[in-house]
Ligand binder design. Structure first.
Ligand code: SAM
Length: 275
């Protein structure tokens, strides 16, 4: 018998993947968690029925959350990741030797535990001595750590369940306050095909708080629509002002000095959401 995993990305549209094996499926304190082995994309982390990351295409998302902000800030020493329990963003941050400490705050310790066990190529740097892993609500953490971080990356689930608060203006104000006076934040901000209102609203809120706001995009085949956006809010430095000749060619498969510039060129229908 064939087994397929289907993610309904809207009420009327979805993707489906042929499954080889279910490695774990558990209802944690916060969400339904599964790690399945798929024929096309390899092992896949699914939370509350949504694809979080897959071994085959995870590099796109994790590189594009981490590197644009870290090559925009001239000297990022202390970095916070809200969510990101699979460890992929932390792995990319560790490629920056100038980062002295990376703090990961994920609300669900089971995501961290099972990612270490079943997704070692993604979670491989969670035990790095420069990394501190905290199991807590990111919303609480930022309000207890003001003026502390050079860069904050929000690698949360979509605005459902425990992540609802992570897409509010109050959260972005909390992030502003947790950043140092030249800090930068970046958040994954979903897709323009099915979540145009989310992108429009997040952009409006972030523009009311940060002087520099930029949106960029990447192709992530297992995420809804495949066109994924990221929003940067910066107190001082502009990612578009970075001279790409100063960005080194590092061990990546998607991000590059050329992508650093090109990713901010938005399709017109996406530009419209970010005015
Ligand atoms: N790349 C994925 C995406 O774009 O949907 C996100 C991956 S990561 C696994 C998402 C993480 O956010 C999960 O581990 C979840 O536990 C965490 N999370 C959700 N709400 C949170 C909150 N309020 N504080 C901290 N972590 C949270």
């Amino acid at each position: 018998m064939e087994l397929w995993y289907t993610e309904k990305q809207t009420e009327y549209f979805g993707i489906t993947a042929k499954i080889k094996e279910t490695l774990v499926a558990e209802k944690t304190e916060f969400q339904d968690l599964a790690i399945i082995d798929t024929v096309e994309f390899g092992r896949m982390l699914v939370l509350d029925g949504m694809v979080m990351t897959t071994v085959k295409d995870e590099f796109v998302y994790h590189e594009m959350v981490a590197h644009p902000a870290l090559y925009t800030h001239p000297n990022p020493k202390k970095v916070l990741v809200v969510g990101g329990g699979d460890g992929g963003v932390i792995r990319e941050i560790m490629k920056h030797p100038e980062v002295e400490k990376a703090v990961l705050v994920d609300i669900d310790g089971k995501v961290i535990e099972y990612s270490k066990k079943f997704l070692p190529e993604i979670a491989c740097e969670l035990d790095n001595p420069r990394v501190e892993v905290i199991v807590n609500d990111g919303y609480m953490h930022i309000h207890d750590h003001k003026n502390e971080y050079d860069v904050i990356m929000v690698d949360s689930t979509e605005p459902v369940g425990p992540a609802v608060e992570l897409f509010t203006k109050g959260f972005y104000q909390g992030i502003y306050d947790a950043l140092k006076d030249d800090g930068i934040f970046v958040a994954q901000t979903d897709n323009p095909w099915f979540k145009a209102d989310l992108i429009r609203n997040v952009n409006r809120d972030v523009r009311e708080i940060f002087p520099v706001v930029r949106v960029y995009w990447a192709n992530i085949p297992t995420y809804p629509s495949g066109l994924w956006t990221f929003t940067i809010g910066s107190k001082k430095y502009d990612p578009l002002a970075v001279d790409e000749s100063t960005i080194p060619e590092i061990n990546t498969k998607y991000y590059s000095p050329r992508i650093h510039k090109a990713a901010f060129a938005l399709p017109k229908f996406v530009e419209e959401l970010c005015k």
